[in-house]
Design a protein around this ligand. Structure first.
Ligand code: HEC
Length: 97
């Protein structure tokens, strides 16, 4: 886990170098083009590489959301609406470990 994390910035760099849209690449995500995957990538790929949903179980994702929300609030990056959170959590529930 620790070793894997070290590669995250590198992966992010590679992904952004390959992306054509300028946004975070969703190529490695399940149902790449769905509304949920796009929302997930936009929200969860702006500070670090987009974590693969299989990285955690839904229970862990549930606990992680408020932590990430705090990071988002701390950096004045807006708040996630209930709809957005629901969409992202449903996606993580379906595709999580
Ligand atoms: C405002 C910046 C920011 C955004 C946006 C953000 N994160 Fe994070 N994330 C962090 C920081 C900072 C860390 C380092 C660990 C910590 O201090 O919580 C982190 C760490 C992580 C980790 C690594 C910990 C682990 O278990 O491997 C995961 C996974 C993660 N974030 C998931 C998400 C998800 C899911 C979202 C979208 C809901 C998200 N992040 C959005 C800032 C952010």
């Amino acid at each position: 886990m620790r070793k894997h994390l070290c590669f995250l910035p590198l992966v992010g760099l590679l992904l952004s170098a390959c992306g054509t849209t300028g946004g975070p690449s969703t190529a490695h995500l399940p149902e790449t083009t769905s509304e949920a995957a796009v929302a997930y990538a936009a929200r969860c790929g702006s500070c670090h590489a987009i974590p693969h949903p299989k990285r955690h179980t839904y229970d862990v994702w549930l606990r992680m959301m408020p932590l990430m929300e705090k990071h988002i609030a701390d950096r004045n990056m807006g708040t996630m609406s209930i709809e957005e959170q629901t969409l992202i959590l449903a996606y993580l529930k379906q595709h999580g470990r």
